[in-house]
Design a binder for this molecule. Structure first.
Ligand code: CTP
Ligand code: MG
Length: 258
């Protein structure tokens, strides 16, 4: 395939919005989470590379911390990205940086507002999931191309989940209300993929607090489908996740050496 294979055979052009504007409170004090280093490279750069690695992706929109857009632009300029090599096998990817908002939902909205005409498929990917493999990205895009308005990668749960009556006092015992059948539950990851018009409509219509974008599409009454996620697409949330992420990178380097 040549670079002219973009736009895709289906004619659909794909962009990724990367919300990266969070503080990372649960990770503890320090720089905004997306700018923290993993093996010396900012988490955001790992995430951007993971998205630009897909041949189907022609644009990556990074939603930066509100006061950090200039810093993020500088980071993108100083790190090698797949799109830097238009004559190579990666194909060409464009990059945009916009400032984010107070909530993830608002940040994603600002990213969507920045999309140019001609983009038909939009992925939303957490900067905090820097290590998602390109095969997972491609599987999500494929499912949207096949006609699903919303696609989420997800994994079965290892832990049994209890629904509780949350206690007002942190650490106080909480009463269990229900135990959903684990076999029917999935832990949802990103990138989540959407028909662009559907996601834009969801963001215009749904005002409830949501923790993922597909939840907004569900509220429109549309079908959301799950495709297999990947254990390396975990979210870096707490300090231990940094240890795991660096271990994954070390394992990849070892494997690449052979
Ligand atoms: N995010 C964002 N804008 C916000 C809040 C979050 O773009 N106002 C992004 C984060 O940068 C992250 C993704 O949404 O890439 C997932 O959010 P989460 O893992 O909760 O990150 P933070 O909100 O930064 O972390 P915490 O909740 O611990 O503060
Ligand atoms: Mg958060």
């Amino acid at each position: 395939m040549s670079d002219d294979s973009r736009p895709s055979p289906s004619g659909a052009r794909t962009a990724v919005v990367i919300p990266a504007a969070g503080r990372g409170v649960r990770l503890g004090p320090g720089a905004p989470k997306a700018l923290r280093a993993l093996n010396g490279t900012p988490m955001l750069i790992h995430a951007v590379r993971a998205m630009a690695a897909s041949r189907a992706v022609s644009l990556v929109v990074v939603v930066a911390p509100p006061d950090g857009a200039a810093e993020v632009k500088a980071l993108l300029d100083t790190h090698a990205l797949p799109g830097d090599n238009p004559s190579g096998s990666w194909g060409k990817t464009d990059f945009l940086v916009v400032p984010g908002g107070d909530s993830r939902q608002e940040s994603v909205k600002y990213g969507l507002d920045a999309l140019p005409p001609g983009i038909d498929i939009v992925l939303v990917h957490d900067a905090a999931r820097p290590l998602v493999p390109v095969d997972t990205v491609d599987a999500v895009i494929e499912a949207v191309r096949d006609g699903a308005p919303a696609v989420v990668p997800a994994l079965p749960l290892a832990d049994t989940v209890k629904e509780v009556e949350p206690s007002a006092v942190p650490g106080a015992p909480e009463t269990v209300v229900a135990t959903p059948a684990r076999a029917r539950l999935r832990a949802v990851q990103t990138p989540q993929g959407f028909d662009r018009d559907t996601l834009v409509r969801a963001h215009e219509t749904v005002t409830d607090d949501v923790t993922d974008d597909a939840g907004m599409v569900e509220q429109l009454g549309l079908q959301v489908v799950v495709v297999p996620g990947h254990e390396e697409a975990f979210k870096v949330t707490r300090p231990l996740d940094l240890v795991l992420a660096e271990a994954v990178l070390a394992r990849r380097r070892l494997n690449d050496g052979f």
